[in-house]
Design a protein around this ligand. Sequence first.
Ligand SMILES: [Zn+2]
Length: 68
Amino acid sequence: MTVAWHVCRYCDEPIPDPDDAVLVAHVAGNSGPGWNIWAHRAHAELVEPDPVAVRILARVLITQALRS
Ligand SMILES: [Zn+2]
């Protein structure tokens, strides 16, 4: 039986200890439930948000601000 380890978003290394895995984000899927993003406890604060999502959100906020 194989055990699926989480992979750290920051360093791309597997996280063998479940107590060391921190859930840092959830990515919504287009045609499914999406998936969770994990990081080592020491790396959790170093994971940066998805730049594409941040850019899209910034455009929406700028457009809303210019219309009001
Ligand atoms: Zn890590």
